[in-house]
Design a protein around this ligand. Sequence first.
Ligand code: AMP
Length: 561
Amino acid sequence: MTMNETGGEATFADLGLRPELLQVLSALGYEEPTPIQREAIPPLVEGRDLLGQAATGTGKTAAFALPVLQRMAGPGAAGPVTLVLVPTRELAIQVSEAFHRYGREMGARVLPIYGGAPIGRQLQALKRGVDVVVATPGRALDHIGRGTLDLESLRTVVLDEADEMLDMGFADDIEAILASTPEDRQTVLFSATLPPRIDGIARRHLNDPVRIEMGHKAAEGGQTTPLVEQSAYLVARAHKPAALGRLLDIEAPAAAIVFCRTRDEVDQLTETMNGRGHRAEALHGGMDQEQRDRVMSRVRGGTADLLIATDVAARGLDIEQLTHVVNYNVPSAPEAYVHRIGRVGRAGREGVALTLAEPREHRMLKAIERVTGQRISVERLPTVADLQARRMELTRAALEECLLQDDLGPFHVVVESLTDEFDLMEVALAAVKLAHESSGAALDEQEIPEVAPRTVDKGRGRREAGPGRERAARAPAGGMARLFFSLGRSAGIRPQDLVGAIAGESSLSGRDIGAIEIADRFSLVEVPQDAADEVIAALRRTTIKGRRPTVRRERDMRERR
Ligand code: AMP
C-alpha cells in the first residue's frame, strides 16, 4: 500500500481515537492526520505489527504514540506496557515529550532513559511505575541487566529510526532487548530507509506486518508545473521567523501563502510577521466561514500580502495574485508538497516555491524530489549584506521609476537653493539616503546562523587508520573538529563503540560523526566543530568498554593546518 492510493480525507475521529486524545489533538491545533498517521493508526490500534518507512517531518511519532495511548488500559499497570527504542538521547527526549503531550489527559506516565543522565533518578521513576519507556538501546540493556527494567508486561515495542540505530552499531543490543520481551508483543518498526538489514530485522521480529512506504511513484504528468522555481533553506527552528522575514524581504512577492502545520503555528507566525511590518492574515480550520471570507477578501483586494494558513483551510482556494508559496515546515508527505506548490505557476505564470527545512528534515526533501521528479535546490539563506544590496537595488529601481515619470518640476527650487551651498552630487546622495530610509530599509538586521544537514554523505564515511596511513597529513573535513580519545585498539575499541558512546551521550546522531581513526593506544574522531565542546563534556562523564577515556581536542591540529 502506498500513500498515494489512500489519500482520503479521514479525520482523527474517523481513525477511532478516544475522546481524550481527540481533545488534546484539537487543543494542539492539529487539523487532520498526516498521510502516515492515516495509514498507520488503524492497524496499530487493532494491534497489528507494522513496518513503516517514514522520515522526520512526516508525523511518524504521533503515528505510533497515538495508538499506544489508545490501547493503554489506564495508568496503574505493573510495569511499562510500551518500550520505544531510539538511536539518540535527543530523540529519546523528543519522543517522550510527544507522549507526554498526547497522553496528558490520560495521565500517561512516560520516562526517557538514556546514557549520560543520572541513573538514580531513572531508577526511582521506574520503581514508582511508568507506562511508556523511551530509551536508547545501550541504557535500556543496562537497566535490563540490573533487573530494574521489567519487560514482562510489555505489549508494544517500537523501533524508531531503526536504520540509524543499525548505523550506530546497535544491532546486537536491539536483538538482545527484543529477546527479553514477551513473544506476543506488538512490534512496530519505523525507518527512514529500508535497506536489506532492516528487512532482516522485520522478518525475524515482526509478525505479518502491515507495510507502509512513502509513495515512490512519480507524480502524474503535469501535476507539478514546470514553471515553479523550487528552493529550500536549512534553518534551525529558532531562526525560522527571521529566515522567513529575510526571504520575503529579498523576494518581495506581490502576494504569498505560507503553509504551517498547526493552528497555533499559524496564529503565532501571523503575529510575528505583522510585528515585522508585513500585512499578514491567518487562515485555519478554527475560524468560521464569515471570518475566512473576510480574510480572503482582504487578500484578494490587496490589503493583505501574506496569507498564513494550514493545509486544511487553504484547500480549494484559488488566489489569482499568488506568486509565492512558502512551506514554513517541510510538508508531511510529498503529495502535500505537490498540492501546495500547485497554487502558483498557474495559467502559464511563473511561481516560486520556498521551503524552510530543519536540518533533520533534509531527507524529506529528497523524498519529495523523488516523487515530483523535480529538483529542489538547497540554497544559502541571504545574508545581511545580501539584504542590504537588495534594498539598495529596490531604492535604485524606485528612483529610476521616479525619474522616468517626469513630474519633478516642483522640486527644482529645493535642489537649486541647496546647490548654492552644496555640491550637486552631495544633494543627490542626501536625497537617496532619505528615500532609502523612508522605505523602512534601515532596519537593524542580524545574521542567521548557517546549519548543515543532519546527514553525512556516505563518501565521507568512517575508516580506521591502516598501518601505513599517515594520519597526520590529513586535516579534518570542513566544519569538523577532531577529538582525541585515550582509548584505542589495545582497549578493544571499535568504531561502533565510539559512535555509540558519542550518539548516546550527546545530542549528535550517528550521521553527524565524521571520520574515525583507531590507533593502538588512542582514537581520533571527527565531530561537527560547534558540537565539539558538548561532546567532550558528555564523554568525560561516561565510560567506553568499561574505561573512562581522556577526551580533548586534538592538540596539534592548528600547527598542521
Ligand atoms: P515527526 O515527523 O513525528 O517528527 O513530527 C513532525 C512535526 O509535526 C512535529 O512537530 C509534530 O508535532 C507535528 N505533527 C505531527 N502530526 C501532526 C498533524 N496531524 N498535524 C499537524 N502537525 C503535526
